[in-house]
Design a protein around this ligand. Structure first.
Ligand SMILES: C[S@@+](CC[C@H](N)C(=O)[O-])C[C@H]1O[C@@H](n2cnc3c(N)ncnc32)[C@H](O)[C@@H]1O
Length: 274
C-alpha cells in the first residue's frame, strides 16, 4: 500500500514532465525501498523500460553517493519545452513557470521584452504558446548561445523572437513593448536560505543583487519608461521573502500592483501596472 505522502507526490508528479525520473527513482526506489513492481504500480504513466529503469537506478545510486547529475543529464523540462542546460548558465526553476502562466492568461499577442534570458526558458515558453513576439537580452554570451540552441531544439525558429548580448540598462531596442518581464538576480550575498547546490552550480551574476537583493528591481524601476508603452506592465519574479521590502519601494512609484503566489504557495510574482 502506498503511503499518503507517496500518493500525494504521485499525483504531483503526474502533472509534470517525466524528465525527473532520476529524482523519482532516487526518492522512491532507493529511499523508500520500492521494488520495480511497486514503482510501476505507482507510476504507470512513466513506462520505464527494463533497460531505462536499470540505467536510472544506476545513476540514482551514483547521485545518492554524492554525484550531482544535473549537468550530466544535460536538460530540464520547463513548461512544455525541453531545454538544454550547461554549467555557467542559470538552470531554470519550476517556480518561474508562474511568470509564463501570468503572461499566457493575460496576453495572446503583442510584444514583450525579457531582461536576463538564461536558457531562454521564459521567452521560449511564451512564443511557443502564443502569438506574442519577444525581444530578449542577457549580459552572459553563453546564455545567448544556449537560448539560440534551445530555440532550434524546440523548433521555434519561425516564431518572432530576437535576442542579443547586452548589459541592462545599456540596451537599445526598436519601438516600445507591451510588457517587460524578468527573473532578475535578487539574492542577497548573505542569504542564509540559499542551498549549497545553488551556490555551487548557478552562476553568481544570475543570483546576487546588492541592497538586500533589491538593486536590480530598482534598476528596472528607474529605467523601464525607455522600453515600455505607457500603461504597460512590468512582470517580475521575486524572492519568497521580498514582498514587504518591495512593497515599500513600489507604493510611491506605481499606481497599481499585484503580488501572486507560486504553486507551492510562496510569494513569487509581482506585476506592476504603469
Ligand atoms: C535568475 S537568472 C534568470 C534566467 C532565466 N530568465 C530563467 O528564469 O531561468 C538571471 C539572468 O540575468 C542575467 N543578467 C544578470 N545581470 C544582467 C544585466 N545587467 N543585464 C542583462 N542580463 C543580466 C544573468 O546572466 C542570468 O542569465
Amino acid at each position: 500500500m502506498a503511503t499518503k505522502k507517496q500518493e500525494l507526490l504521485s499525483t504531483h508528479f503526474r502533472n509534470i514532465e517525466t524528465n525527473i525520473r532520476v529524482e523519482i527513482i532516487k526518492f522512491y526506489c532507493l529511499k523508500n525501498n520500492l521494488s520495480r513492481a511497486k514503482f510501476d504500480l505507482l507510476y504507470p504513466e512513466l513506462k520505464c523500460s527494463e533497460k531505462e529503469f536499470s540505467y536510472y537506478e544506476k545513476q540514482a545510486k551514483l547521485h545518492l553517493n554524492g554525484k550531482d547529475l544535473t549537468f550530466e543529464i544535460g536538460y530540464k523540462h520547463f513548461y512544455n519545452l525541453k531545454l538544454s542546460i550547461v554549467k555557467g548558465v542559470f538552470v531554470p526553476q519550476f517556480d518561474t513557470e508562474t511568470l509564463v502562466d501570468y503572461v499566457l492568461k493575460n496576453y495572446q499577442s503583442g510584444c514583450g521584452f525579457e531582461i536576463g534570458l538564461g536558457t531562454g526558458a521564459i521567452s521560449l515558453a511564451i512564443i511557443k504558446n502564443s502569438e506574442i513576439a519577444m525581444i530578449g537580452i542577457d549580459s552572459n554570451k553563453k546564455a545567448i548561445k544556449l537560448t539560440e540552441q534551445n530555440q532550434k531544439e524546440n523548433s521555434l525558429e519561425t516564431k518572432e523572437f530576437s535576442f542579443f548580448t547586452s548589459t541592462f540598462p545599456k540596451v537599445n531596442i526598436e519601438g516600445k513593448v507591451d510588457f517587460i518581464i524578468s527573473n532578475p538576480p535578487y539574492i542577497d550575498r548573505d542569504d542564509r536560505f540559499l542551498s549549497q547546490w545553488v551556490k555551487q552550480n548557478q552562476p553568481p551574476e544570475a543570483l546576487y543583487a546588492k541592497n538586500n537583493g533589491l538593486a536590480f528591481y530598482e534598476l528596472i524601476f528607474a529605467n523601464y519608461k525607455k522600453w515600455l508603452k505607457p500603461g504597460g506592465e512590468i512582470i517580475l519574479e521575486i524572492g519568497f521573502n521580498q514582498k514587504n521590502d518591495l512593497f515599500k519601494i513600489i507604493t510611491n512609484n506605481f499606481k497599481k500592483y499585484n503580488f501572486y503566489k507560486d504553486i507551492q504557495g510562496h510569494d513569487r510574482l509581482l506585476v506592476l501596472k504603469t
